[in-house]
Design a protein around this ligand. Structure first.
Ligand code: PMP
Ligand code: GLU
Length: 398
């Protein structure tokens, strides 16, 4: 039985698998602390849930236009205008089944076989796989912790070839929490305009920025870069709506048309109820977002200080999203009860077996000297989990 060679090589999502494992262990009554989750631990705000109930009661349960209801597209245009200084019309917006689906549609729309897509590493693990599904070739450009994991323009220039079709910019970043500033984005934008390269700008963590920073969309830097940029965003992180599955993209109408045609033959419209709930979310006051961000900031500060107090471990202060990249370089080569830690995978496995704490191995993000911890976890669990990590580290033999 011969299966698709291209798609048989696609890996499964380690982030989702880690999260599922922790949730399953918790359901079995085990006292597991899960730092794997890439989702807010808050419930979806009540006014959004109410809007969904209302949509159900009104019978808004039928097919909608495949690329999303006009009211929601209008609210997205308004959001992009207000928050990002971006002017889009409704035919430049497509609503999809989560930002992951928006990314898939985007790469399907722009890539031809053999086209290269530059992805800064460490990267969110789905980018390379989605690029490959869409027939492209992921090309990684390494970033360094002492540069806050931000891409350096000279390094970027070195990997651009005649086959480069797009560059992925994810700010605020998963997994490393970096947030790009104006000058850094401008240098990337200039290169993209000069070489006519698309930018896929994943802005799903937009609202999660700390220390007074402001998120900047690279598309807002000028008309030429806007025409080359596909802005990706969604409801999952900002509104604690991971399960509702609504994401969206904004781009030149020619790109959105191809994305919409693909969507019309694959999934049709995203869930109608979730679209009405998202409309209410975008029209809300944003008070819940502020409360959530303040709480994430408090947890981030605690987690970073606590990690840096454990001998052998370290991390930088991430400026956005809700993840910490914990540097385990000094731990590699040590052993736990005779079992050697030879990288992030064995570190994560042994930590789970020994202390019932889940983290995501950095190898999943192209960074084997790290593991990722999410602080979208209650403060009690953060304290408990880090105490356990400290105990685990103290039991290692050199
Ligand atoms: N981009 C990044 C960087 C993410 O971390 C996620 C997390 N799921 C997504 C996109 C997709 O989000 P969703 O499909 O839930 O909208
Ligand atoms: N994006 C989140 C994470 O990185 C959720 C899981 C996923 O979609 O990969 O953990």
């Amino acid at each position: 039985m011969e299966l698709s060679v291209k798609n048989s090589a696609i890996t499964s999502s380690i982030t989702l698998a880690t999260d599922t494992k922790a949730k399953k262990m918790k359901a079995q009554g085990l006292d597991v602390v899960g730092f794997g989750a890439g989702e807010p631990d808050f419930d979806t705000p009540a006014y959004i849930v109410e809007a969904a109930k209302e949509a159900l009661e009104k019978g808004l349960t039928r097919y909608t236009p495949a690329s999303g209801i006009p009211e929601l597209k209008e609210a997205i245009c308004e959001k992009l205008r207000k928050d990002n200084g971006l002017e889009y019309k409704q035919n430049q917006i497509i609503v999809s089944n989560g930002a992951k689906h928006s990314l898939y549609n985007a790469f399907e729309a722009i890539l031809n076989p053999g086209d290269e897509v530059i992805i800064p590493a460490p990267y969110w693990l789905s980018y390379p796989e989605i690029v490959k599904i869409a027939g492209g070739i992921p090309v990684f450009v390494e970033t360094r912790e002492d540069n806050d994991f931000k891409i350096q323009i000279d390094d970027l220039k070195k990997v651009v070839t005649s086959k480069t079709k797009a560059i992925v910019i994810n700010s605020p970043n998963n997994p490393n929490g970096c947030v790009y500033g104006f000058d850094e984005l401008e240098a990337i934008a200039q290169l993209a305009v000069e070489k006519q390269i698309f930018i896929v700008s994943d802005e799903i963590y937009e609202v999660l920025v700390y220390d007074g920073l402001k998120h900047i969309s690279i598309a807002s830097l000028g008309k030429e870069i806007k025409d080359l940029t596909i802005v990706i965003n969604g409801m999952s992180k900002a509104y604690a709506m991971t399960g509702w599955r609504i994401g969206y993209a904004a781009a030149h109408e020619d790109i959105v048309k191809v994305m919409s045609n693909i969507q019309s033959h694959t999934t049709s419209n995203p869930n109608s109820i979730a679209q009405y709930a998202s409309l209410a979310a975008l029209k809300g006051s944003g008070d819940e977002i502020k409360r959530m961000v303040d709480e994430f900031c408090r947890r981030r500060n605690f987690m970073v200080d606590r990690i840096n107090s454990i001998p052998g471990l370290s991390c930088r202060l991430p400026k956005g999203a809700f993840y910490v990249m914990m540097n385990i370089k000094e731990i590699i080569g040590k052993s736990y009860k005779g079992q050697i830690i030879d990288g992030s995978l064995s570190f994560s496995d042994l930590l789970l077996d020994a202390r019932m704490v889940t983290v995501v191995p950095g190898i999943a993000f192209g960074a084997d000297n790290y593991v990722r911890l999410s602080y979208a976890v209650s403060m009690d669990n953060i304290e408990k989990g880090l105490d356990r990590i400290e105990e685990f580290i103290s039991e290692l033999d050199s």
